[in-house]
Each structure stands twice: as structure tokens, then as C-alpha cells.
Write a protein that binds this ligand. Sequence first.
Ligand SMILES: Nc1ncnc2c1ncn2[C@@H]1O[C@H](COP(=O)(O)OP(=O)(O)O)[C@@H](O)[C@H]1O
Ligand SMILES: [Mg+2]
Length: 323
Amino acid sequence: MADTRLQIVVGKGGVGKSTVAAALALERAARGGRVLALELGGSGGLARALGVESSSDPVKTSQAAPPGEVYVASVDGEAALSEYLALLVPVRRLLRGVMATRFYKAFVGAAPGLRELMAVGKVWYECQKTNDDGSPTWTTVIVEAGATGHSLRYLRMPEVAARTFASGLVHREAVRVGDMLRDPDYCRVHVVALPEQMPLSEAREVLVALDEELGMELGRLIVNRCRQAAPPAAERLSGELATVASSGPDGCLATVLADLAARELSWLAIQERGLERIERDSGRRVLRLPLLVVEEFGPAELGRLAGVLAGEPGVNAGGAVSP
Ligand SMILES: Nc1ncnc2c1ncn2[C@@H]1O[C@H](COP(=O)(O)OP(=O)(O)O)[C@@H](O)[C@H]1O
Ligand SMILES: [Mg+2]
């Protein structure tokens, strides 16, 4: 696993970005890391997954195995902007004055992506933070970056800002942040998808954008909620079951089972075709996370996914069932 300082999780809404970011953080902490998990402009899903209140100040979760630690914080671009301005204009009264002006409001409203730039700037700041002895404050910073269109907006912003402002402070900041994002030894992007056509083709677009436009390095291509493979004889048995069912009355055991088996095998076929295709098109291996059938997804489930991310058997490439 690419163990870079900064790991950014992107993907369509609902595919499991918060879940994956949380599992990655726990997995890193299980190896003794001090991890910061940041959610950029989201709805607090990452904090929920790790069982803490969403807050802009890092809050420690009790789910990490000691001595590892995981802290969670949310980053709001607008708050990051005022925090940053406070560094530039240290006199509070003056700052409040500036921020109350119509000019400031118009500026923040009009400057494209200023909030996103500030949010990514905050990520940069946390990555660079050091303890008194000079060691990095965080072993790893894991970032969940909004829904896909949105995540790429964050990742594009440094480049856009560096071009928009040809020189000066904003230019320098943007270049610095952009350099960090494009350094493959420092930063990797994990793309999360579901084993269905739409999310997979969107993931494919993200892979192309990372490679051709953003110049950022892929960490893992993760497909979440994968179904377990059927046993080898399933197709044949399902066919035989259908034959038996066709001679029985509606609603008898054989008809119900034949119907369930046919449906499950169809879903599996869709999944396998989709995964084969994205692996072929992208030349990358998919890391499968299993669909966990539970009413309430909790720490135990998160732990299982963290285990799979750590390389423990889950739903492996051939689709074999985990022990
Ligand atoms: N592998 C999985 N199996 C079962 N449920 C899952 C799995 N991964 C995520 N979920 C559930 O799916 C929902 C959406 O996940 P979430 O991580 O919040 O998505 P996102 O951050 O991409 O919007 C959550 O309720 C989560 O608990
Ligand atoms: Mg989320």
C-alpha cells in the first residue's frame, strides 16, 4: 500500500468515501500511526463513521487501536479563508472590519474556487505541521474530498489559481500546494466506486483526469460493496433449479430459490463485467471491499474493511469467499 503522508479519497456521493477514509485511517493507526482524517466541505459523514462529533478542531476517536491515534476534523473553505486572513491581519477588530465590507463579500463570492483553494491550503498546512522536536505532527493525513465533481474542483484549484494570479502571494501559495499534490512520494489519490456501470464509468473519468489533467498519482482503485463470488457450480445448479421450478406451483420452494439465485447471479455478472472492464481500460487492479449485510454499519464493520485494506482476505480478485 502506498504509505504516503497525504492520501485523498474521491468518488461519487454514497459510494463509501467516508467509510473508506475512516477504514484507511484506522488501518494506518493499527500500524502505530498518528493520523488526521479530514473531511473537506462534506456533511460530517467521516466524523459519523468514526463515532465523533463533527468539528473544525481535531477530535480523537476511540475506535483506533492504541498506541495508534486517529483525529477527525472537518474543513470548511470559508472558515479556512478567515483563519488564513487572521494570520495576515492579526488585529481582530481590523479583520472583522475587512470581512464586513461589501468588497470582501463580493470578492469571496466572485473569486472562483477561493474557498476550495483555502480548504486545500489547510490540508497543506496540516501535512507540514511539526512537533516541537521537528517531527511531523501527523504520520498520515487522510482527506475525504466531497462528491466527484466537487473533489476534482478542490484538486484543480491550485493549478487554476497559479495561472489566474501570475505572481504574488496567492500565486506562491497555489504553486506550493500544487507541488504537494503532484508529488507521488507525498500524495496519492484513492478512487472509490461501486460495482455498477455508472459509478464505474465515472471512476474511469476520474482516473483519466488524475493522469492527464491533474498529474496526480493514483493510490488505489477501490470498488466498495462488492458481492461475494458464487461457488463454481452455481450457474449449472441455478439452471437445474429453474427446470425443477418450472414444473412446480408458484411460490413453492424451488421457484423462490430459482428466482433468488437467478437475480443474485445477474448482479454478480454485472459486477464482474464492470470490474473486468475498468481493469482493462485503466490497466490498474481493483481492490475489492465486500458488501457487508448489516442493518447498522458500525465499528466492527469498519474494522473488517480496515482489515481488507491491510491485505487480509476479503473478496479476492477471483471473487473467492473470505473465510
Ligand atoms: N462495504 C459496505 N457494506 C455495507 N454498507 C456500506 C459499505 N460501505 C459503506 N456502507 C454504507 O453506505 C452508506 C454510505 O457510505 P458513506 O461512506 O457515507 O458514503 P460517501 O461518503 O461516499 O457519501 C453508509 O451508510 C455506510 O455505512
Ligand atoms: Mg461522505
